[in-house]
Design a protein around this ligand. Sequence first.
Ligand code: ZN
Length: 202
Amino acid sequence: MTIFCIGRNYIDHAKELNNPVPSEPVVFCKPAGAILRDNKPFYYPSFSKDVHYEVELLLKIAKPGKAIEEKKAMEYVSHIGLGIDFTARDIQQRCKEKGLPWEIAKGWDYSALIGDWMEPNELNTQSISFSLKKNNTVVQNGNSSEMIFSFEKIISYLSTYFRLGTGDIIYTGTPAGVGPVSIGDRLEGYIGENRNFWTEVR
Ligand code: ZN
């Protein structure tokens, strides 16, 4: 099982981190050991002093695929969900400055929070609104219609390079508003008005 992640998929988020708006998706992966499920607490890692939340829509892959055409891409999606791509921003910044890969900033244990899965036909996939609350205040708001690269484009692009497998998960990028978490924070993710996950930072 592979966790693929797309970076800089919302113009406002690319700008807030002073990154160029990409002409192709930015791709990285997290290991399976990164998964955090069932509203379990998130434990602040000892190696970072600047862990950020990034709320993102997730896709779960239904069946194996390679070189998938955009027009058939949604046939490969079994579920849509919401999660947090926890990021050690201080480590990521050091990696970026040295031109190094991001894995230690992004792929550490329990850095991939995953909420409840929904069936694609429960949603209008062209316009899924989602948000993140920190301590009862909305800190991030997004909509799938605002993505630079659509679900279809992401699946087609990834499958050019990687065989997609049943159960693979794709983090589709975060909108603007990323920020730090602190021990004691409570994070809650919403798809539309429905709470999809919550966690406490310990
Ligand atoms: Zn992300």
